[in-house]
Design a protein. Structure first.
Length: 204
């Protein structure tokens, strides 16, 4: 893209282009769109981004995003406190909630084991998962990780960590295609995979 006539405009475009999936041309369209909006709307937009960065917390129990120290899911007495669904990231919590088929609690790992990327078990929320699973009234842990090599490796690692407990360990049925990311599965497929979950040890 050619150099812009305004240094301020170019800086704004550069900032938008740092977002995932946003190229310079798309960034320019966004900035030009904002220039056409009322000043108060743009200020509201900017302030919302600042508040997201400064004021959003990670739940001290499940590591989901929250406006307070404990997220609404963990603090909801109507949720099934005996079932714990282990997911890779926050987007997966949203995907599972959209199925409206799960009413238990969550535990967000913050990623999956990936030696190629330098991510080992200690970089994830696995120790807190075992502590939580063994200290709370958890009867079932659902391993709802994406069916990738990294996801399967992480699931097996967690399974071994919990092998000395009496907790039932299950995983999603293979309705989600191997290699797919959980967040991109449609709600019906994901919901069926959840309802038809099976003991982890039966998975190939």
């Amino acid at each position: 893209m050619e150099k812009l006539s305004s240094a301020l405009l170019e800086d704004a475009v550069d900032q938008f282009a740092r977002l995932p999936g946003i190229g310079k041309k798309s960034a320019l369209r966004m900035v030009l769109h904002l220039l056409k909006q009322p000043v108060e709307d743009v200020e509201k937009f900017g302030n919302s981004l600042i508040r997201v960065r400064n004021d959003i917390h990670y739940c001290s129990i499940c590591h989901n995003i929250s406006d307070s120290e404990i997220c609404p899911i963990c603090s909801d007495p109507r949720r099934d406190g005996t079932t714990l669904c282990v997911v890779e990231n926050i987007q997966d919590v949203m995907s599972m909630e959209n199925t409206q088929q799960y009413h238990g609690l969550y535990h967000v790992l913050g990623g999956v084991i990936s030696p190629m990327d330098g991510i080992g078990p200690t970089a994830l929320n696995i120790d807190s998962l075992k502590t939580r699973a063994t200290s709370d009234n958890i009867k079932e842990v659902i391993l709802a990780l994406s069916p990738t090599i990294e996801g399967d490796t992480t699931s097996f690692y967690i399974y071994k960590k919990l092998a000395d407990t009496n907790i039932k360990i299950t995983s999603l049925a293979r309705g989600v295609a191997v290699g797919d990311s959980l967040q991109y599965a449609d709600e019906v497929t994901l919901g069926r995979s959840l309802l038809n979950r099976v003991p982890f040890t039966t998975q190939e």
